[in-house]
Design a protein around this ligand. Structure first.
Ligand SMILES: [Zn+2]
Length: 230
């Protein structure tokens, strides 16, 4: 029970100092052969920092969460997008004090997918929802303009690859971050785009709905019930 509770906590936040978890070695994706039919840049290729720790994600996940970065702004070249990845990772690790960049993947306006935590690591991208989801960041501020077609196409291809490789359930539900957390993310314009995508689900529609998400473990729901902010 103790370890279950610890896992639930990890699904909520990363208590780097508080939990006596044993260090996990990072299996570098450096030698992975990527057979994606879209441009893909691995962690080692954008020179990601080593995560402080890693917790496995139970896959296949039933949900995909779409985010925008807001900042950094949209990137249109590989050089700019790698810089955006580094800047997000630094912010998440140094300011947020998370173990790594929060997202599983991010996609630039150049149509390139960049590896964040990857398919098999628990993310820090949607509070109380991390244990059941893969989070994809559409780099840029998409409150008033829609991302370029190339960028959206790669997001869709990335999700399809996740399904094909068994990391995302074939009957997955797609949601915007705002549906599980009080936030404007992924921006009005991008949100109004994804509601037309296959697999978009209008449920959950608010943080309160999380208590009715059947895939969410009971111990996480208990944390939500006891959370002062909910
Ligand atoms: Zn978000």
């Amino acid at each position: 029970m103790t370890s279950m509770f610890a896992m639930a906590l990890l699904g909520v936040m990363e208590l780097t100092a508080a939990l006596p978890t044993s260090p996990t070695s990072h299996e570098s994706s450096e030698n992975e052969v990527n057979t994606y039919d879209f441009p893909f840049v691995s962690r080692s290729q954008w020179q990601a920092r080593t995560p402080k720790q890693i917790t496995p994600l139970a896959t296949p996940v039933p949900y995909v969460v779409i985010h925008h970065s807001y900042t950094p702004a949209a990137c249109y070249t590989d050089v700019e997008c790698r810089q955006a990845m580094k800047s997000m990772q630094n912010f998440h690790m140094d300011d947020r004090r998370w173990w790594d960049i929060g997202y599983h993947f991010a996609v630039g306006s150049n149509g390139v997918a960049y590896e964040g935590r990857g398919w098999t690591t628990l993310g820090a991208q949607a509070l109380h929802f991390n244990s059941v989801s893969i989070g994809i960041c559409v780099i840029g501020d998409w409150r008033t303009s829609v991302p370029p077609a190339e960028q959206l196409k790669t997001v869709k291809s990335l999700i399809a690859a996740g399904v094909e490789q068994g990391y995302i359930k074939s009957d997955y539900k797609l949601v915007g971050h705002r549906q599980v957390r009080t936030t404007e993310c992924p921006g009005d314009a991008l949100y109004n785009e994804i509601i037309h995508w296959d697999h978009y689900s209008a449920f959950p529609n608010s943080p309160a709905d999380l208590l009715s998400v059947k895939e969410l473990p009971e111990n996480v729901k208990e944390i939500i019930r006891n959370s002062p902010s909910s």
